[in-house]
Design a protein around this ligand. Sequence first.
Ligand code: SF4
Ligand code: SF4
Length: 161
Amino acid sequence: MDLLKLQEQAKQKKIENAKFFKKLKTKKPKNLDNVVHDLHNKTFEKINCLDCANCCKTLGPLITEKDIKTLSKYLKIKEVYFIEQYLSIDEDSDYVFKKMPCPFLLDNNYCSVYQYRPKACREYPHTDRKKIYQLLNITEKNCSICPAVFQIVEELKINCK
Ligand code: SF4
Ligand code: SF4
């Protein structure tokens, strides 16, 4: 997967996408969830996250108390040690990984804690979630990070002309 090309394309589409999302916020299409979920499914039939892992390399997922409990238990270490070893607190006072790429990302792009990964990782890139209307800002930002979101938004522009 050519992530440099994605960044370039996302840069070129920045103004066009900003206009599109602005229009979408005003229009509030009633069937937006269905359309986006359908595009999500079609897109992820073609895109393999293991060829990419850009989210795991660049985004810092928010880590909840529940995630800390689950991961510490899985790793058989004390929560306090897990926090000390892997986490820092960001500007919004949330726990995030100390540095990215994520410490649990393997060289072959697999996640070494996949079954126990944080909620934010499981939900990314959010295009199969309900109330997409409330996630338009994050979806717009994700166009430059996630090739799947970029593709979904390109198709969405055709669907919501
Ligand atoms: S969710 Fe998107 S950014 Fe993350 S690995 Fe899959 S295609 Fe890449
Ligand atoms: S925990 Fe797994 S899914 Fe989440 S960022 Fe790290 S490698 Fe990716």
